[in-house]
Design a protein around this ligand. Structure first.
Ligand SMILES: Nc1ncnc2c1ncn2[C@@H]1O[C@H](COP(=O)(O)OP(=O)(O)OP(=O)(O)O)[C@@H](O)[C@H]1O
Ligand SMILES: [Mg+2]
Length: 232
């Protein structure tokens, strides 16, 4: 098991956002986490990363208990993050943004030229300051930063948000590539169909709880269930 969340209860101040969700991801498995606005998807990711640590429950990453570890230690253990706001350094060049993301972990290291093989446009943008990039280009940098951190698991928070359909396909292709490399993926998406197509399993959350868990293909095939759970 690469990631295992056990009955998380996470709060913002006195407001409880997670009411005990449990979730597991195997090595090389792609899992999507769906649900309406405010369901607790981002809070689940923030809990894993130690940004808003759970008050109760446990989080294990590849057999290490990371529940109480600080964020920078968790990142160094090999959890990559593609945040919903893409969080790259706007005044730095693409090259510098990539350079400072490089880490060594227990997992495979990625060379910059391998990242260029995935995102060929990036090679020609290296000298560009990130504030001058398009949304799609920023997302390429954000994903590349996660890869250069030598992850065993990558957490994507709404990676297709605001991107053109062609770029969304590029992002989903990358998720498949990670899976082929044996890297585990947790993907939170509003674009549920695109996420289900690249996922092995799916969890649906609502109001801080898991309300459905199963094979992604089964949810894709059952339009009645899909309509009831995620409204599409
Ligand atoms: N910084 C915060 N302070 C207080 N409450 C918060 C904060 N961030 C989120 N919440 C609350 O926690 C709950 C879960 O929010 P969260 O952002 O995890 O949902 P989400 O599933 O990611 O939603 P979305 O699809 O809108 O991104 C919501 O009720 C939200 O209002
Ligand atoms: Mg969110």
């Amino acid at each position: 098991m690469m990631l295992s969340l056990n009955r998380l209860e996470t709060f913002y101040g006195e407001t409880q956002a997670l009411f005990g969700p449990s979730l597991e991801i195997e090595r090389g498995e792609v899992v999507c986490l769906l649900g309406p606005n405010g369901a607790g998807k981002t809070t689940t990711i923030r809990s894993i990363l130690g940004l808003t640590p759970p008050r109760r429950g446990t989080i294990r990453f590849d057999s290490t208990d990371i529940t109480r570890l600080p964020t920078h230690v968790i990142a160094r253990l090999g959890i990559g993050w593609v945040p919903d706001d893409r969080r790259i350094f706007p005044s730095l060049t693409v090259a510098r943004n990539l350079q400072i993301a490089v880490k060594k972990t227990a997992y495979r290291s990625w060379q910059t030229k391998e990242v260029f093989e995935i995102f060929s446009a990036l090679e020609y943008l290296m000298a560009r300051e990130c504030e001058n990039l398009s949304g799609g280009e920023m997302q390429m940098v954000a994903i590349s930063r996660a890869l250069l951190g030598a992850p065993g698991l990558v957490l994507f928070d709404e990676p297709s948000q605001g991107l053109a359909p062609k770029i969304v396909q590029d992002v989903m292709r990358t998720v498949r590539r990670l899976r082929d490399e044996g890297i585990s993926v947790l993907i939170v998406e509003q674009n549920a169909l695109a996420a289900l197509e690249v996922s092995d399993r799916v969890y649906v959350m609502d109001r801080g709880r898991i309300v459905h868990e199963g094979a992604a293909a089964a949810l894709l095939a059952d339009s009645g269930l899909r309509q009831r759970l995620i409204g599409i």
